[in-house]
Ligand binder design. Structure first.
Ligand SMILES: C[S@@+](CC[C@H](N)C(=O)[O-])C[C@H]1O[C@@H](n2cnc3c(N)ncnc32)[C@H](O)[C@@H]1O
Length: 237
């Protein structure tokens, strides 16, 4: 369904992943996040490289299940479980429905990812989710993921990022707005969504991500994809 949530001059409330958003989410994310499809394709590649037999794959903030589906259709390993977690009941309902026809080894859990215990993991994905976790809880979450990963396992984190250089920040913001305009969002929709989401989606810069991976104990971390102000990081244990 096409995202038209912000095309009327309604009273603005803080953005939440409720039933209205879940209904249009797939359209919204593709028209709002430059490089979204490439991020998903790279997650599909990563399960081939970093997935291990007899292990768990975690998809944190799974939304409608696009990441879990990519993991499922590309997984060449055996005896795995996909654990897809989201705290929005509307999202988990859609996620379950989307995964049902693809894999028979997925558990879809409606829960706060901060409460999840990770174990025997070879791949953990936070695709556009960490940015919605309170900044003070982010290090604890990444530490827990590191502890639950097997040696040679990987964490993928995709996020909207900001730049400390004001000129670069402006450049990327302007190009991102152009991307949204090119995808059919009006000035009203862009401004309304921005106001609704600005207290909810809190970005980090690249350095903060790298420092967090290092503090958690990851040996290697790199930015393996970037399109404008959206980046994907790969951290390997
Ligand atoms: C931008 S969406 C993620 C997109 C999805 N990973 C994908 O690849 O298409 C962010 C998701 O994180 C979920 N979320 C936010 N905070 C959460 C939390 N504390 N625990 C679980 N899920 C959370 C939201 O409900 C939402 O579905």
């Amino acid at each position: 369904m096409r995202d038209q949530l912000f095309n009327q001059d309604n009273d603005l409330v803080n953005f939440t992943f409720d039933a209205q958003v879940a209904n249009v989410f797939d359209d919204m994310v593709r028209r709002s996040v430059p490089g979204y499809q490439a991020m998903i394709e790279m997650i599909g590649l990563s399960v081939k490289t970093y997935g291990q037999e007899n292990t768990n794959y975690y998809d944190l903030g799974a939304s409608t299940g696009t990441t879990s589906v990519a993991i499922g259709v590309n997984n060449p390993h055996t005896n795995n479980r996909i654990i897809a977690v989201d705290n929005s009941p509307s999202m988990t309902k859609k996620c379950k429905a989307n995964l049902e026809s693809v894999v028979d080894y997925a558990d879809v859990i409606c829960a706060d990812i901060n409460t999840i215990k990770f174990n025997n993991a070879s791949l953990v994905v936070l695709n556009l989710t960490l940015q919605f976790i309170s900044p003070e809880n982010r290090q604890t979450l990444i530490n827990k993921i590191y502890q639950g990963l097997n040696p040679d396992g990987a964490l993928i984190v995709s996020e909207k990022i900001h730049f400390n250089d004001p000129h670069k920040q402006q450049l990327m913001t302007d190009l991102h707005l152009d991307f949204k305009r090119a995808n059919g969002y009006s000035e009203l929709e862009i401004a309304a969504k921005r106001q609704s989401i600005e207290n909810v989606l809190i970005t980090d810069d690249k350095q903060t991500h790298f420092q967090r991976f290092k503090t958690a104990g990851f040996n290697t971390s790199t930015c393996h994809f970037q399109c404008l102000n959206f980046a994907s990081f790969l951290a390997v244990k």
